[in-house]
Design a protein around this ligand. Structure first.
Ligand code: HEM
Length: 472
């Protein structure tokens, strides 16, 4: 690392405006790319006021902790953003609040506990191996769009693990709904303006309802099929949701409530992991030293066989590559804005009632007061030794506090297994003639995908990559 890294081509980033934008400039910059409205100074200042102080970009880890954990009751998710998300997702875990959120989170938690995650690992590796089989049948050095390939893969994994469904219909429908839906869901500064804000939100909601209609029908069919089985099968998340009964009233969830939770898990559960994998392969293609170190670890520990859950503890560098990728490219670049219910103070600073708090992992993870050489890809930052003095809320790809991502451990397992399975067999090379541009909305994505060439790492005499042996 260090000088060698600086001599390589710079990694894709988002150019921060040199100075503060006026409202009009900020609105137009944020339309396609929410982080393009955040000026350079926000990467130096731990608290950066926007819109005359009605919005604060908070990057002081202690202040973030105050908002997301210590005084969380005063900072619920800002309602306008929730409305847009709820038009598509319904009132599922990501958007619900209060007692409903608490009950549903408790109900769903066992599907994300350690035992369950271990039980999902074989399906994760199987789906990845199947994808490799299809890559193996392509001519050498074929080009793929890695963003597209990772989206398909993670969608299949979430479908199999959470809903025991291999349905191509659902996967295809989800893919197309999301492509259109995520675009329509763009939440901008315009939505918090008086008069035009509510009109803009109503328009977006109507468009989103229309986009989600076909998917809703397919979800209802899946729920009814499971309900019709008549047995209380809680072996996956869908079974758990359908079988759930309130301890006091004996009442279960309505079909609509089950649908809402399914949609949110389907969506939150694959898009973000796909983004993490896409950028991992992109960065590795640009940083040969770190790629070689990853390959060395995988070859030494796995020796050409598919990974299992038990291997993960012996693959620390694989984990560090994923963590450092999500530092530079946090799949959720800005978590949902929070809004102060009542006036508050933090460390002598007055926070007026109604102040919107923006916490952006993109900004935090590249903040010059929190990281040395923040632009440099250095997985070693996440070694135990170098992590020990880091403030907890300086790194938060999964958010923090009680609303922390319910799927964080599942996603870390999935990402490491996918990386270990693919990187043993293929080196992905950036296809020439592209400039990688980033688009930050609800998730961070490469604007036009990333075309990569599939280069087999160890080819048999006829040029085909040898198949992975089953996990030991
Ligand atoms: C690399 C992968 C992932 C990243 C970076 C990620 C990131 C996040 C973040 C930042 C939040 C907090 C949002 C906020 O506070 O406003 C969140 C919440 C959530 N995530 Fe994830 N996520 C990932 C994978 C997953 C997976 C695999 C699932 C489910 C299978 C999932 C389901 C959820 C749900 C349901 C919530 C809402 C939790 C609540 O409010 O109680 N996510 N995620």
């Amino acid at each position: 690392m260090g000088q060698a890294d600086r001599d390589l081509a710079p990694l894709a980033s988002i150019r921060a405006p040199e100075k503060k934008l006026n409202l009009f400039e900020a609105l137009s910059a944020a339309k396609d790319n929410s982080m393009a409205a955040v000026p350079r100074a926000a990467y130096d200042d731990l608290v950066y006021p926007f819109s005359g102080g009605r919005m604060l970009v908070v990057s002081d880890p202690a202040f973030v902790k105050h908002v997301l954990l210590d005084n969380v009751a005063n900072y619920p998710k800002a309602p306008m953003e929730g409305k847009i998300l709820a038009a598509a997702f319904g009132d599922g875990l990501l958007t619900s609040e209060g007692e409903k959120w608490r009950t549903h989170r408790r109900l769903m938690a066992p599907a994300f506990d350690h035992r369950s995650i271990v039980s999902y690992a074989p399906a994760m590796v199987d789906a990845t191996t199947q994808m490799l089989d299809s890559w193996n049948s392509r001519p050498a050095e074929s080009e793929i769009d890695i963003a597209d390939a990772m989206t398909r893969l993670t969608l299949q994994i979430i479908s199999r693990t959470m809903f025991s469904s291999d349905s191509d219909e659902i996967c295809d429908l989800l893919g197309s709904t999301l492509r259109r839906g995520l675009d329509a869901m763009n939440f901008g500064l315009v939505d918090i303006l008086p008069i035009v804000g509510p009109i803009s939100i109503r328009r977006k909601m109507a468009k989103i309802h229309a986009i989600f209609a076909a998917l809703d029908d397919a979800m209802r069919r899946l729920i009814q099929q499971r309900g019709a089985l008549g047995e209380h099968d809680a072996s996956d998340l869908l079974g758990r949701l359908v079988a759930a009964r309130d301890a006091e009233t004996g009442l279960g969830l309505s079909d609509q409530e089950v649908r809402d939770e399914m949609v949110i898990i389907f969506i939150a559960g694959h898009e973000t992991t796909a983004v993490a994998m896409t950028f991992a392969f992109y960065v590795l293609s640009q940083r040969p030293e770190q790629e070689a170190r990853l390959h060395e670890e995988l070859d030494r520990v796995l020796g050409g066989r598919a990974p299992s859950y038990d291997d993960l503890e012996n693959l620390p560098y694989t984990r560090m590559v994923i963590e450092e990728t999500m530092r530079l490219y946090p799949p959720a670049p800005g978590i949902s804005a929070r809004q102060a219910l009542e006036a508050d103070t933090f460390s002598g600073r007055q926070i007026a009632k109604g102040t919107a708090i923006m916490i952006a992992p993109w900004v935090l993870h590249r903040h010059r007061k929190l990281w040395d050489d923040p632009e440099i890809f250095d997985p070693g930052r996440f070694s135990a030794e170098r992590s020990k003095d880091r403030q907890r809320f300086a790194y938060m790809p999964f958010g923090g506090g009680p609303r922390i991502c319910i799927g964080a451990a599942l996603a870390m397992t999935e990402a490491r297994l996918i990386l270990a399975t693919i990187a043993q067999r293929y080196r992905l090379r950036l296809a020439p003639g592209q400039t990688i541009e980033l688009k930050a909305r609800i998730t961070l994505r490469p604007k036009d995908g990333i075309r990569m060439r599939l280069v087999p790492r160890s080819a048999s005499p006829n040029g085909d990559p040898a198949p992975l042996a089953p996990a030991g």
